[in-house]
Design a protein around this ligand. Structure first.
Ligand code: C2E
Ligand code: MG
Ligand code: MG
Length: 557
């Protein structure tokens, strides 16, 4: 009876053991983590399918592997810890010995196993593959701090390094130099080799500059064709100058991309901390100003920042702020200069010329503020005001019973960029009730060249409104005769630089005569600008010039 009971119990224990063994096997085989067992000699005794997948090696080849041969010390230590009866962990890179040392990023946990008597008998390793997520993390890091095209540091990383370097300046009286490299005429290179080619040029610029900086310096791509070099702990201006010269020389070496040869140069700006600024933002701003100076001097050269440059820039910034205020407060006035029909000696129109009634500096001519208005885009607001005011004035004269005068207003190239100019003119005509045929817009050839097709379209739309178009400053710009033929132009204004010389220079006289003939042969009217003397006038009458404008008749009033 006793024996029977013992047999039954053993049977139950066995089947329970089998059940438990089966559960354990399922867990072992199906685990998404790689699992391996090793004995007290550190020989692998078993592994699961996931581990064999992870290590790129069949199970049979992993079983029997001696873990003493692991080259990764951290992982070897974690395994040793488990063999000695404790828990171990490891996370990091691991050169897979079963797959030509190909690198994996793993997280491993190890735990000891004991025999029936409680003695350590090897252990178990649980391994999770983190390679993909680490790669993603690294990619994010790279994208955040490196320029994707060149692999150089980006703005964020550069600013960071500069801040760190400036701490050294404050603490240890170091000098830190910043060098701004702006490639010259890169747009032309772009046209020559195309977008893909231009990308390769930028990559090669990075490759040419990289050897010139020390490992502790930072070479960064700042923007499109701009690079910045941070030289930590330099010996003053001389060392920075040397690097600048090396950069210029590296770029001067011949270029060949896609079988096309070309030359490249750069405008370089230099600034040294703490002399030219002690915080990153100031230093970067100053070095960019210096580079702009180098560019303004024709490029292929370098300039040190000096405080005078900063003053001029802050002057511009102030003027810009004032210009904004002036637009709000309507500090502008229009002066009008008559245009005279030369055959009948009769005023047929006026040109509106803007002035700025500056509260402190008095009446400013357009040359003092138009450039800034254009580069800042404020010109659009100014033009809107001018067109509105001019149309309103013309309508007022009409209502006072004055003879019908054509009103000419000047437009800038920049006005055509946003494609709002047609709507703006239409609005002004509507508000004033002025007949569209009494409004003329003047624009220079530069405006047409900048974006030919878009400008032509807008000019046609203006013509459809009934407005006429005059080509201003003819002869000074890109005088392409095809503009005269293809654009909806009614009048051409011969620039005053030609007109002022007709009476004392035979060649100028011949040119102006030929211009008038040409304009007439295209069925257009000629206006001479800047008529100052009776001789000028006589000459122009002789060539049957249609209209004239100038101090001889009247200054702008
Ligand atoms: P522009 O359109 O060629 O205007 C003629 C300029 O020549 C005016 O200078 C006028 O005062 C000047 N002028 C007229 N007759 C004579 C003369 O007999 N001798 C000399 N030496 N000069 C004469 P201003 O008013 O200083 O305007 C300069 C330029 O500014 C204009 O050249 C025009 O391009 C631009 N501008 C003027 N007003 C506006 C405006 O409202 N909007 C835009 N976008 N540009 C304007
Ligand atoms: Mg004009
Ligand atoms: Mg002109």
């Amino acid at each position: 009876e006793h024996d029977e009971q013992a047999t039954r119990e053993r049977g139950q224990a066995l089947s329970q053991l089998r059940l438990s063994e089966e559960r354990y096997r399922t867990v072992f085989d199906q685990s998404p983590a790689g699992l391996l067992l090793f004995d007290s000699e550190l020989i692998v005794t078993r592994c699961n399918a996931r581990l064999s997948e992870l290590f790129h090696n069949p199970e049979e080849a992993i079983v029997g592997y001696d873990l003493h041969s692991l080259s990764e010390p951290g992982l070897a230590a974690a395994i040793g810890v488990a063999r000695d009866g404790a828990l171990g962990v490891f996370e990091g890179r691991f050169a897979n010995p079963f797959n030509e040392g190909k690198e994996l990023w793993i997280s491993a946990r190890t735990a000891p196993l004991f025999d029936a008597c409680g003695r350590p008998a090897g252990g178990v390793g649980i391994i999770v593959d983190l390679t993909e997520s680490k790669r993603a993390e690294e990619l994010i890091e790279r994208l955040a701090f490196n320029d994707t095209l060149t692999g150089l540091a980006n703005r964020t990383l550069l600013r960071d390094r500069l801040r760190a370097a400036l701490l050294g300046v404050a603490r240890a009286h170091w000098q830190v130099a910043v060098l701004y490299v702006d490639l010259d005429r890169f747009a032309a290179v772009n046209d020559l080799v195309g977008h893909a080619g231009a990308d390769r040029v930028l990559q090669e610029v990075a490759a040419r500059l990289a050897p010139l900086v020390r490992a502790t310096d930072t070479l960064a791509r700042w923007g499109g064709d701009e690079f910045v070099v941070l030289l930590g702990d330099v010996n003053g201006e001389e060392a920075a100058t040397r690097v600048a010269e090396q950069i210029a020389a590296a770029l001067a070496a011949p270029w060949r991309i896609d079988g096309r040869q070309f030359a490249l140069s750069a405008s370089l700006g230099l600034a040294v901390a703490p002399h030219d600024g002690s915080d990153a933002a100031t230093l970067l701003e100053h070095v960019a100003i210096a580079a702009r100076r180098a560019k303004a001097a024709g490029g292929a050269t370098f300039r040190f920042y000096d405080a005078e440059m900063g003053r001029e820039v802050s002057e511009r910034v102030r003027l810009e702020a004032e210009l904004r205020v002036a637009l709000e407060r309507h500090e502008f006035v229009l002066y009008y200069q008559p245009q005279v029909d030369l055959a009948r000696n009769e005023i047929t129109g006026v040109e509106a010329l803007v002035r700025w009634q500056h509260p402190q500096r008095g009446l400013l001519p357009p040359a003092a503020f138009l450039g800034l208005a254009e580069s800042t885009g404020l010109i659009e607001q100014l033009t809107a005001w001018v067109v509105d005011e001019a149309c309103g004035q013309a309508a007022a004269w009409r209502d006072q019973g004055a003879p019908q005068l054509r009103m000419a207003v000047n437009l800038s190239a920049r006005d055509f960029r946003s494609e709002r100019v047609v709507g703006l003119v239409a609005g002004a005509l509507k508000r004033s009730g002025l007949a569209p045929s009494l409004l003329e817009v003047e624009l220079t050839e530069t405006a047409i060249v900048e974006d030919g097709a878009a400008t032509a379209r807008q000019l046609e739309a203006l013509q459809d409104l009934g407005v006429t178009v005059a080509l201003d400053d003819f002869g000074t710009g890109y005088s392409s005769l095809s503009h005269l033929r293809t654009l909806p132009i009614s009048r051409v204004k011969i620039d005053r630089s030609f007109v002022s010389q007709v009476s004392d220079e035979r060649r100028s006289a011949a040119i102006v005569g030929a211009m008038i003939d040409l304009i007439h042969s295209l069925g257009l009217e000629a206006i001479a600008e800047g008529i100052e003397t009776q001789e000028d006038l006589n000459f122009l009458r002789g060539y049957a010039c249609d209209l004239g404008q100038g101090y001889l008749f009247s200054r702008p009033l």
